[in-house]
Design a protein around this ligand. Structure first.
Ligand SMILES: Nc1ncnc2c1ncn2[C@@H]1O[C@H](COP(=O)(O)OP(=O)(O)O)[C@@H](O)[C@H]1O
Ligand SMILES: [Mg+2]
Length: 432
């Protein structure tokens, strides 16, 4: 092996130890080539003295150690850098996840949250499910959200910024009611804004209103039943006395008319007393299996005379017998349909068509009573369940209140569709 080949071999396999070549004068060319290959230094044989050799070896070893140390440090640094990069990557992912999770939570809140500045502008931030319905409000006037064209009076956001306190109010916009809280917020640049938390409380208000209404109705029902009870006994006595007098006096002409008017008055009072008693009835349901066809046929036959007199045509549509059963309180259900059919017949004094149908639908029995009568003006539809609401001379206004009360007791539903001059459709849905 020649000198250069040997050097190459040592360099490739020699653990990077520094090599000092000792050469003859005149062989510089080879020495330079050896340096190019990577030897540390070269000395001329003739120049060598122990001190120079020692110095060169020390220097070579020191350099070697330094190089090794540098390499080790570089490796360590690279490994730290790798670890650090990994940690940063993990933290970034974590932060991204937390941010998107936070956004997901905020975007799915039932509350609508936004930040409003003192000049009524919605700043960059807003969130909440409501946004899907209302659209983006950023950089718009806060009151646009309520479909208002000027600032609310007083402005809750401004109040909270001025007082440094949480201020709350209710905003009515269209047919909806919102609860609004404004929380003062000191921004990073020391200016102030308000965080507004808005919640749609229409549903709560409706439930509260329904509850109040129910309580009022219950109190009225109780009172009605008491009054009816007190009236009934003397009224029966009056009725009996009236019958006796009518028979025994055998009146004629004007006197006969007077006693007949008395009789009609007594009858009206008796109907009122019965209706009041029905309305006030809140005893528990006694359920049994009933055939709705039987009930509807009986109810219709009660009005046979009136139906024939006013020329009303009846169209019935009932399904197969086994589909019309209902587990319900028979007398109350009969009362419900009596009152509804009575109104339908009374709405067609000049004749018309009364359609009665029943069908089963997913565990419910749906009964439809439709007439082609006078119909109900729009403004009255909401009111027909109110006790004592009547448009009839001599009406008690209790029929539909009783209907609603009994249907509610059965966890059922009633829907009224009506058009003035065209007729009314009453749909009653009861759980089977
Ligand atoms: N089928 C109907 N067609 C037209 N109006 C109706 C009908 N059903 C109910 N109404 C309206 O609702 C009101 C209340 O009905 P109801 O409670 O039974 O009391 P009443 O029959 O004694 O007036 C009626 O006076 C009438 O104005
Ligand atoms: Mg009625």
């Amino acid at each position: 092996m020649g000198g250069l080949a040997f050097i190459k071999h040592v360099l490739d396999h020699g653990d990077n130890l520094p090599i000092i070549v000792i050469t003859n004068e005149g062989d510089e060319k080879q020495a330079v080539q050896a340096m190019k290959l990577g030897v540390y230094d070269y000395l001329f044989k003739d120049d060598i003295d122990p001190l120079l050799l020692k110095k060169t070896i020390y220097r070579a070893l020191a350099d070697h150690r330094n190089r090794k140390e540098k390499e080790r440090l570089q490796e360590e640094l690279a490994s730290y850098t790798g670890q650090l990069e990994k940690m940063v990557e993990e933290r970034t992912r974590e932060i991204e996840y937390l941010n998107s999770y936070k956004e997901l939570i905020l975007d799915n809140l039932n509350e609508y949250i936004r930040v409003v500045d003192p000049s009524n502008l919605v700043t960059q931030y807003e969130c909440g499910k409501i946004l899907a319905e209302f659209g983006d409000n950023v950089r718009k006037r806060c009151y646009f959200f309520w479909k208002l064209d000027k600032e609310c009076e007083p402005c809750t956001a401004k109040e909270s910024i001025e007082n440094g306190k949480v201020m709350s109010t209710e905003v009515i916009a269209g047919d909806r009611v919102y609860a609004l809280s404004a929380i003062p917020l000191k921004n990073r640049d020391d200016t102030f804004s308000a965080i507004e938390v808005v919640r749609d409380i229409t549903h709560h208000r409706r439930i509260e209103e329904e509850l109040r209404h129910k309580r009022r109705l219950a109190a009225m029902g109780e009172m009605s039943a008491r009054i009816a009870h007190e009236i009934r006994n003397p009224l029966n006595k009056i009725c009996l006395s009236h019958e006796i007098l009518k028979e025994s006096l055998n009146l004629k002409g004007g006197d006969k008319k007077t006693i007949e008017i008395m009789g009609r008055g007594i009858e009206t009072l008796r109907t009122l007393a019965t209706d009041l008693l029905d309305y006030g009835r809140s005893e528990k349901l006694t359920k049994e299996t009933i055939d709705i066809r039987e009930i509807l046929n009986n109810v219709i036959s009660e009005f046979d005379y009136k139906i024939a007199k006013s020329g009303v045509k009846i169209v019935k549509r009932f399904p197969k017998k086994d589909q019309v059963y209902l587990n319900a309180d028979a007398p109350k259900i009969r009362q419900v349909f009596t009152n509804v059919v009575k109104n339908a017949v009374e709405s067609m004094p000049e004749g018309g068509i009364l359609r009665v149908s029943a069908k089963e639908k997913e565990g419910f029995l749906v009964t439809v009573i439709a007439d082609s009568g006078v119909g109900i003006p729009k403004e009255n539809i909401e009111r027909i369940f109110e006790p004592f609401f009547t448009s009839k001379i001599g009406g008690t206004g209790l029929g539909m209140a009783i209907v609603k009360h009994f249907i509610d007791m059965h966890d059922g539903e009633i829907k009224i569709e009506s058009e003035e001059g065209r007729g009314t459709i009453v749909t009653i849905t009861l759980p089977q």
